[in-house]
Design a protein around this ligand. Sequence first.
Ligand code: BEZ
Length: 219
Amino acid sequence: MVNLGETFPNFLAKTTVGDIMFHEWLKDSWGILFSHPADFTPVCTTELARVVQLQPEFVKRNVKVIALSCDSVESHQKWCNDIKVYAGCSGDVFPYPIIADENRELATELQMIDPDEKDAQGIPLTARAVFIVDPNKKMRLSILYPATTGRNFDEIVRVVDSLQLCDKHKVATPVDWKPGQDVMVQPSVPDTEVKKLFPSLTVVALPSGKGYIRKTPQP
Ligand code: BEZ
């Protein structure tokens, strides 16, 4: 189990582009590791296709993406053709690697297993986990969805934008925030400093009179 802010484990994995040591493969990039239950299944195909379509957005943000399931490299490679066609992608090369965790070592270590979803042999499959890792290899986000609910990868891009912005400035992003919209000053910034750091600040008046909602245009 890895907690937010802890170093994400380094691991050696068999993938569609050969063996990868995770930290060395990431180099100075951000990373998104996401798992799915199985190859050649409908919801998984839509998810991996969306990640193909979003690849330019990940590149723009210096994010490397890697998928994982318990099927073999050969199965992943055949499935990649379906995913590319479903995504409407004409390129020859599949834009991100897929880990073949056939013995479930990594899925078990990272607690990606869904005990309710089993393969034909009755062995539990991986759930829909997502981990975001920063360039210091710290885990910054962890989510776990059940097999029957496809994820929203636009939301994952939005989280990356929020993380990268809030690493640079003492701000936090509010509900449903989209890049370009106002952000909140972090509660740790004292009122004595806030005007210096954020001259365009507005404080929202609320019944408590505590002045804790301090909005500013996105730095
Ligand atoms: C799917 O990807 O469609 C799926 C996989 C496992 C269980 C349910 C749905």
